[in-house]
Design a binder for this molecule. Structure first.
Ligand SMILES: NC(=O)c1ccc[n+]([C@@H]2O[C@H](COP(=O)([O-])OP(=O)(O)OC[C@H]3O[C@@H](n4cnc5c(N)ncnc54)[C@H](O)[C@@H]3O)[C@@H](O)[C@H]2O)c1
Length: 434
């Protein structure tokens, strides 16, 4: 099938690459000309495990290419995907200017029947708005389909190639048939393609992310209780997670959720609900708990130093909002850095992939280390903000030698309390005894 993907960020690039992997001809379009030039030259613009190999293979086979010239490629496509940003506007609602702007542009370009598929996360009713924006200038036949994306950064290729489910919102039989054909190679193991109306499909994405965010905030509240009551959140997590109705995943307490999706999607669903005169109480609490949790570790640090961290030097392991990505959007580490700097401390950070992105945002307000151990040299304490695998079983003897005291503040509960105590560490984590 001939496909055009508009927007070549985390979702668009993975979508385009993975569709080309099953033999489709894919043209990815982006307004960012520098990005298009890099991708065309064989340089993957995001860090995503497994992506580079299939990207290079399909680029070489000429099944995958990149351009900024939408007008010259759009009519070759049978299906056009929108993978455009939907950032929060000033009031928290999803800003649809990118999606509707492109839809209007498409209306001026289309010459015959196309399926326009919205992969961006958008509020209920957006399919109707996209349809109206196209129809302003195009009177021919077309269908607008909602196909929310559930990939997780860090395992995005695997998620795309073997999705738990594919959700497709459309009532058009013609569009349904095309979408079924397109996704057939990805659901061969029997995972379902779930067809529904557009509104239900649009809401499914927000409901999924909000539910997961709610699990995290719930566990973070339980962690606060554990700290007050002398219980251990990790033991409790195992205790409840083995109940199939609850499930083992998304039960880790820490320093709050971040990333480009949960914060903005929770906010957007609250706002959407408001617009429909519904006060979504649970979600408002989820958001508030998360905002507090992002500063919880800094509060522990300040309390350890009796409120004064001026002149302290901290080593920080982890900047990305989660492991296996270079994405730093809404990363808790960045908020931590901001608070520490404000209080007069200095920070030397290390992250396997996210340092270039942080450097673009924070410049030289912090120091960047070449390795996790270099970050420790002369620091007063180690702080952990992201659970990269390489941080899980570090050389504790070396850490002890490099730090000025054996002190670790762990926002991800990576280490065993008894082991840390036996090695003489002062180890402060979340929802467990100090
Ligand atoms: N990142 C994720 O993990 C994830 C997962 C599921 C869904 N989503 C949703 O997918 C959408 C895209 O997210 P993302 O993380 O890929 O965003 P992104 O910011 O990484 O990428 C968006 C891309 O669109 C390009 N763009 C902007 N305006 C354009 C235009 N007029 N024409 C062509 N290209 C244009 C930008 O240059 C950028 O490369 C959002 O709605 C997001 O909520 C994201």
């Amino acid at each position: 099938m001939n496909l055009v993907i508009i927007g070549t960020g985390y979702v668009g690039l993975v979508t385009g690459t993975c569709f080309s992997e099953t033999g489709n001809r894919v043209v990815c379009v982006d307004i960012d000309k520098a990005k298009v030039a890099k991708l065309s030259a064989g340089q993957v613009t995001i860090y995503e495990p497994g992506l580079e190999k299939i990207f290079l293979r399909n680029l070489k086979e000429e099944r995958l290419c990149f351009t900024s010239a939408l007008a010259s490629v759009v009519n070759e496509a049978e299906v056009i995907f929108l993978a455009l940003p939907t950032p929060p506007g000033a009031d928290g609602a999803a800003d649809l200017k990118y999606v509707l702007g492109v839809a209007e542009e498409l209306g001026k370009l289309l010459k015959d029947y196309k399926v326009i598929v919205n992969k961006s996360t958008v509020p209920v009713g957006t399919a109707d708005k996209v349809r109206a924006a196209i129809a302003k200038n195009y009177k021919g036949e077309f269908d607008v389909v909602s196909n929310p994306e559930f990939l997780r950064e860090g395992v995005a290729v695997e998620d795309f190639m073997k999705p738990d489910r594919v959700v497709i919102g459309t009532t058009s039989e013609r569009a349904k048939k095309l979408m079924s054909e397109l996704y057939a190679p990805y659901v061969r193991q029997g995972n379902p393609i779930i067809f529904m109306d557009e509104r239900s499909s649009e809401l499914t994405k927000y409901a999924a992310n909000s539910f997961l965010a709610m699990k995290i905030s719930f566990m973070n509240e339980i962690a606060h209780l554990c700290e007050k009551m002398g219980a251990d959140v990790d033991m409790m997590r195992r205790g409840i997670g083995s109940d199939e109705r609850i499930g083992k995943r998304f039960l880790f307490s820490g320093i709050g959720y971040g990333g480009s999706c949960f914060p903005k999607d929770v906010q957007a669903l609250i706002k959407s609900a408001d617009e429909f005169n519904y006060d979504f109480k649970i979600l408002k609490a989820v958001e508030q708990v998360n905002a507090n949790q992002k500063v919880h570790l800094v509060e522990k640090i300040k309390s350890f130093y009796q409120g004064n961290i001026k002149g302290k030097r901290f080593a920080l392991w982890g900047l990305a909002f989660k492991p296996n990505t270079d994405d730093i959007r809404e990363a808790p580490a960045l908020l931590m850095i901001q608070s520490l700097l404000q209080e007069g401390a200095t920070v030397t950070a290390y992250d396997p992939e996210a340092m270039p992105n942080v450097q673009q945002e924070l410049g030289n307000t912090i120091n960047y280390a070449q390795s996790q151990y270099q970050a420790l040299e002369g620091a007063d304490a180690l702080l952990i903000a992201t659970e990269w695998s390489e941080f899980r079983t570090p050389d504790f003897e070396r850490i002890g030698q490099l730090l000025s005291s054996k002190l670790i503040f762990d926002g991800r509960n990576l280490f065993d309390l008894i082991k840390m105590r036996s090695m003489g560490y002062h180890y402060i984590s979340i929802g467990r005894a100090n």
